[in-house]
Write a protein that binds this ligand. Structure first.
Ligand SMILES: Cc1cc2nc3c(=O)[nH]c(=O)nc-3n(C[C@H](O)[C@H](O)[C@H](O)COP(=O)(O)OP(=O)(O)OC[C@H]3O[C@@H](n4cnc5c(N)ncnc54)[C@H](O)[C@@H]3O)c2cc1C
Length: 377
């Protein structure tokens, strides 16, 4: 029989290690990144020192890491993932080794970050209509771009997507570029006053007549879309798993609370109006977890995972948001205070109903795989 729902011994061992680390190291600092709007880079360093962020681990293993970290501190999940170099785009293929190797090494050591700029003021979902341009002038690209939704907009390095071919080629007119922030013409970021995900401050960066060497083109010219799709398809499962972690923590905490809290002579866990929503949440989380891990497994097997990634993306942030909301209200007035983690989890999860592709766009991807593009629109 080839179907097997068991994690391997090494995966279970890793889960135990990262769970212990999250409980002892991350939990006490949980509110700091949210309140101070800081990137939790020192936590990345600690996890690296503990040998928990191996860039050679497969996507399933990274998924375990994201779920366990998301259970304790949503804000640490993405920085931990980034330090393991999960996506081709950030490996800077094509950029000369003497430039890319030290940058990649610094990312792996948790010292820096390469932020990703796709979204523009006039289009986020509508990739084919990006307006940023890169024009070859001798041995240099001249870039004029506005990327206005970059997580970690104050990063040291960016990858940005620009049009290099005629507009009629749509998604095949785009190329990705590596741009260090110290290059002339890269303007200081303008940060959004976001309601959540404060550990990855989001903002706009303008690139005005920025000149970079010809070989700062990442991968093949005109093939940016393939690099973006590879990132999105898999990242959507990671986003799902960090939301699952946060929602599972909420369910577990609420079960404990429901056993302790007595109303009208008995623990509220004895009322089906309390226990059944938690049963429904537990069931949904189990199904969602299977979908996310299947998406990562497909990636590890080098099989297509666009449809599954899009399913994770539209569904999981929606159900987990609703689960956390239920858990907040089941705590009565206590849940409404920021002393308990529910309000932060709600704010953090909500952002991922939008970031990396909205629910509607994700459903469109699934619809296209079901009906074909000509019928799905
Ligand atoms: C927390 C967070 C982090 C982010 N991080 C990054 C980042 O690091 N880098 C980056 O480049 N971007 C980032 N983004 C931006 C994000 O990827 C975009 O916001 C997203 O792709 C949607 O683009 P948009 O905001 O321009 O909305 P639009 O594309 O303008 O869409 C507006 C609305 O119309 C709906 N819509 C659009 N087309 C259709 C359709 N065909 N059918 C039905 N509905 C449709 C959308 O679902 C949405 O509700 C982040 C966003 C958030 C919230």
């Amino acid at each position: 029989m080839s179907l097997n729902f068991r994690f391997s011994d090494s995966e279970e061992m890793y889960r135990e290690q990262i769970r212990r680390f999250a409980k002892t190291e991350l939990a006490p600092m949980r509110q700091r990144w949210d309140q101070k709007r800081e990137r939790p880079q020192e936590m990345v360093t600690k996890a690296l020192d503990a040998g928990l962020l191996d860039p050679d681990m497969n996507h399933m293993m990274r998924g375990i890491m994201i779920e366990e970290v998301g259970y304790v501190d949503f804000n640490c999940a993405l920085p931990f993932l980034v330090a393991t170099e999960p996506f081709e785009l950030n490996r800077l293929d094509g950029v000369p080794d003497k430039i890319r190797n030290p940058v990649r090494q610094a990312v792996r050591e948790g010292k820096t970050i390469i932020a990703v700029g796709f979204t523009e003021p006039e289009s986020g979902s509508d990739v084919a209509n990006f307006r940023s341009t890169a024009v070859l002038d001798g041995d240099e690209w001249v870039i004029n771009a506005v990327k206005n939704s970059i997580s970690w907009a104050n990063a040291d390095y960016f990858t940005i997507t620009c049009r290099t071919e005629e507009a009629r080629k749509g998604i095949w007119s785009l190329s990705n570029f590596f741009v260090p922030k110290e290059v002339k013409g890269v303007k200081p970021p303008r940060l959004w006053d976001d309601i959540g995900t404060h550990g990855a401050e989001r903002g706009e960066v303008r690139f005005e007549d920025v000149r970079i060497p010809k070989d700062y083109l990442i991968g093949e010219r005109g093939k940016a879309y393939l690099q973006m799709a590879q990132l999105f398809d898999t990242n959507r499962a990671y986003i799902g798993l960090k939301c699952i972690g946060a929602a599972q923590a909420s369910v577990d905490e609420t079960c404990e609370f429901a056993k302790q809290r007595t109303v009208m002579g008995k623990p509220i866990s004895g009322y089906q109006g309390v226990s059944f929503p938690l049963v429904e949440a537990e069931t949904q989380l189990e199904a969602a977890r299977l979908l996310c891990y299947k998406t990562l497994w497909l990636r590890d097997e080098n099989l297509p995972n666009s449809k599954e990634g899009a399913m994770c993306k539209w569904w999981v942030p929606e159900i987990t948001y609703e689960i956390v909301r239920q858990c907040l209200t089941l705590h009565g007035h206590y849940g409404y205070s920021s002393e308990l983690p529910f309000e932060q989890r709600l704010r953090d999860i909500l952002g991922w109903q939008i970031g990396d592709g909205t629910s509607q766009l994700s459903k469109l991807i699934v619809a296209r795989s079901m009906f074909g593009k000509e019928f799905a629109g």
